[in-house]
Structure formats: C-alpha cells, structure tokens
Design a protein around this ligand. Structure first.
Ligand code: HEM
Length: 411
C-alpha cells in the first residue's frame, strides 16, 4: 500500500494510492477529490519512490511552461518528441509542424467523415452494441490515413499501436508482454518500409510530407521513424477514450442528448466539455532540474513531478462547479487535456475534428442512445499511460426512422 503525505497534515489512509491498482484506475476521481481538498501540491511516497503531484490548475500551468526547471526527459530510451527538451524539441517540432498545418488537417475533413460514416453504419445496423470497436477503429483509421496506410491494414495497426503503448507503459512500471514487444517492433518495421517507399514515389499525405522534410535534412531518419510510431501511441487510445467518454455522457443524459439533437451547433462546445470533464490522459510527468518550490511545497532537484491534468481540469478556482458537466461552459476550452506549453498536443486540432465529426454524424442518424442495462460500462483498467476511459461501453441505439428502413433491427 502506498502512502500519501502532504502539507498540511493529510489523512489519506482510507484510500489506496497504488496507481497501478485496478481499484484506483476504476475510480481515480475520489482520490482526485481528496487531493483537491488538501492543497495544490502533494508528496506521494510509493516504496522507494517519491512523486510530487501537482493538483492546482495554475500550478500545473507553471510546471508545464517552465521547461528549464521541469524537464520532459523522463526516459532516454525512446527518442519521441514528447520526451525531449529545448532546443532539440523545438527544432524537431518546428519541422513536424510544417506537415501538420491547419490546411493539412482541414483537407482531412472529407475522408475522416467518410471513415466515420462507414464505421458508424455497423453501429446503426446493430442498433448499438459495444462502442469500443467503433471508437478504437476510428482513430487508428485516421492515423493510417495521414500516413497513407491502406484501410485493409487497420486491424494490424490497431493491435500494433496498442502493443506499442504497452511497451511505453513498461517504462513507468506497468507489466509488458513479449507479444507487445514483438508487436511494437513489427509496427516499426512496417512503418520503415512505408516511409522508405515515399522516397521513390510521390504521395499526398502527412507521412510523405514528413519524408520530404527528412530528405531535405530537416528531420533525421531516426526521428522520422520514431515520430511515425509515436503518432499511433499519442493519437490512438487517447482519441478512442475521449470518444467513448462523450458517448458515455450522451447515453446517460437524455436531456443533454435532446438538446444537442435540436441544436447540433452545440457539438463543438459539447466536445470541449467532454475533453475537460473526462480528461483522457489523466497525468503526465516531468523531472525537476534544480531545487524549486511550487504551491509552497519544496521540490528537490531530480524529483519526479506529476502534473495531474485531470485534477487541474476540476480546479474550482478555474472552472465553476467543476464536477458538473456544463454544456456551453464559457471557458471549457481552457482545459488542460491537451497539455500546455511547448509540448501542447500537436494532434489536438485533428482529435477535435474527429470527435466533432463523429458526434455530428451520430446524433444526426440516431433518435436515441441509452446504456445497455444488461451490460454496464467497464472502466478502462491496466492502461499504460494513466488513461481514463472504458474497456467496454454497450449502448442501445434507435436509428432515425428513415434509417430504420436501411438498418432494420435484427430479429
Ligand atoms: C483526445 C485525444 C488526445 C489527447 C487527450 C492528447 C493529449 C496529449 C497531451 C496531454 C500531450 C502533452 C504531453 C506532455 O506535455 O508531456 C500531447 C502531446 C502530443 N500529442 Fe496528443 N493527444 C490526443 C490526440 C493526439 C493525436 C490525434 C495526435 C496525432 C495524430 C497527437 C499527437 C501528439 C504529439 C506528436 C504530441 C507531442 C508534442 C510535443 O511534444 O511537442 N495527439 N497529447
């Protein structure tokens, strides 16, 4: 059992602070509430390790925007952008940003909408079911699309991507299987072949654009390959759980569903509030590079500092009545779900569009959505990067009457 200490005096012994424990992962929010009630920064002792958990919104922003004091180099094993510090981070990010332009994202709207329609047709045909499959395949298909990977490979991509994420988790103490290591290696092999092919044949996708930048000497070949793999790790499970979070909220609140159905222009604000309310990556990590102090708590050089984004998103100094889902909350989009500062999620505009297009299409094509009373939602357990979501979300869906003719209920 782990022990939480803090200032002022804490009484945390009723809660199990083992973050790897399924009990914690099933409902981290009771722990978060306790943390918020007891200050903006906490010291958590876990065996030989000590973590500085940053809870308050402002304190999290301070940590994430002071890259000199708080390094992202929590691992040297992976050359991923997110684990790098300036100046090498900034140089690589600037190069990558040339491929991730707003225009490059905007032209994805039509093909992403097509993917949504195609996958959602199965949900309509089944009048619901477990939305996990839909929410899993959509982001995998979109990342495949931006890299130019054929749709026929999406089951492989899904498996390899989740296995790569598992390998990442091993760096933070989660168990990793030999299949996961193999799957991660297979993904790298596949991506290497794909990216190499773009050196000889022109293609119009973000992957090919990145290869051109590499041929022009802006990105090393090693960084290019690492980034392509990281796209799956960064953009797959995250978007999947955000989509599941949104469907979970809709399926539990009929009044909310009806409101959005009547006013689909509310989908943008719905998506922002889902992102705030159900923070997908609950916490990230930094290492302090010098002795410092945050929120009145002294942090020594070399400490593991954990900005708990999920807690920042529920800080009542920033968000009024933060534990309530408020459609149209004026500052919802100031959430920390995509991070803050130089590492702010590069895929945020794409993730937002995926979510918006999904909910627009889903709401247009269904009359109702409710949780399946026989199959209660199963919270996500065993995630490797502290992700919050569902391993299963079974719903019952009534397609719009006209669609009912196309997707009649199976008897
Ligand atoms: C709802 C979905 C998503 C969430 C919640 C999310 C969350 C985050 C967060 C919190 C960070 C910052 C990590 C840190 O500061 O340590 C980040 C960075 C990043 N994300 Fe996302 N992300 C999502 C979707 C995506 C997508 C779709 C892509 C690309 C296809 C993507 C690519 C990246 C990249 C490349 C970085 C690293 C940026 C850097 O280090 O400069 N993400 N993401």
């Amino acid at each position: 059992m782990l022990r939480a200490e803090s200032s002022p005096v804490l009484r945390a012994q009723d809660l199990d602070w083992n973050l790897l424990n399924p009990a914690f992962q099933r409902d981290p929010y009771q722990h978060y509430r306790w943390e918020r009630d007891h200050g903006a920064v906490h010291v958590l002792s876990a065996g030989d390790h000590t973590y500085y958990r940053i809870i308050g919104y402002d304190e999290i922003v301070t940590v994430l925007t002071d890259t000199q004091t708080f390094s992202s180099r929590t691992t040297n094993e992976l050359g991923w952008l997110v684990f790098r510090d300036p100046p090498e981070h900034d140089k690589l990010r600037q190069a990558i940003a040339k491929a991730f332009t707003p225009r490059a994202i905007a032209v994805l709207d039509a093909p992403v909408a097509e993917i949504v329609t195609d996958l959602w047709n199965h949900v309509l045909a089944d009048h619901g079911g477990d939305l996990h499959e839909f929410c899993n395949l959509l982001p995998v298909s979109v990342i495949s699309l931006i890299l130019g990977i054929p749709v026929s490979r999406r089951q492989d991509m899904s498996r390899w991507s989740l296995q790569s994420l598992e390998v990442l988790g091993s760096m933070f103490g989660f168990p990793v299987s030999s299949e996961a290591k193999q799957g991660s290696a297979e993904l790298v092999d596949y991506l290497k072949g794909l990216l190499d092919s773009y050196r000889h044949r022109p293609a119009d996708n973000i992957g090919a654009h990145l290869v051109t930048l590499s041929m022009q000497g802006e990105i090393s070949e090693k960084d290019l390959l690492a980034f392509a793999q990281f796209l799956f790790v960064a953009g797959h499970e995250t978007t999947m759980h955000s989509l599941l979070g949104g469907f979970g909220i809709l399926a539990q609140d009929q009044a909310l569903f009806s409101r959005i159905k009547e006013q689909p222009e509310l989908i943008k604000v719905f998506v922002e509030e889902v992102l705030r309310y159900r923070t997908t990556i609950q916490a990230i990590a930094r290492i302090s590079t010098r002795d410092t102090e945050i929120g009145g708590v002294k942090i020594p050089k070399g400490a593991v500092v954990i900005p708990v984004l999920a807690n920042g998103n529920l800080d009542s100094k920033k968000f009024e009545g933060p534990e309530t889902f408020v459609l149209g909350r004026p500052n919802a989009n100031q959430h920390l779900t995509f991070g803050k500062g130089i590492h702010t999620c590069i895929g945020a505009p794409l993730a937002r569009r995926e979510m918006q297009l999904t909910f627009e299409h889903a709401i247009k094509t269904i009359k109702s959505i409710t949780l399946d009373p026989l199959r209660p939602p199963i919270p996500h357990i065993g995630g490797s990067t502290n992700e919050y979501g569902f391993d299963s979300l079974s719903v019952k869906i009534e397609p719009m009457p006209t669609l009912d003719l196309i997707f009649p209920r199976a008897t």
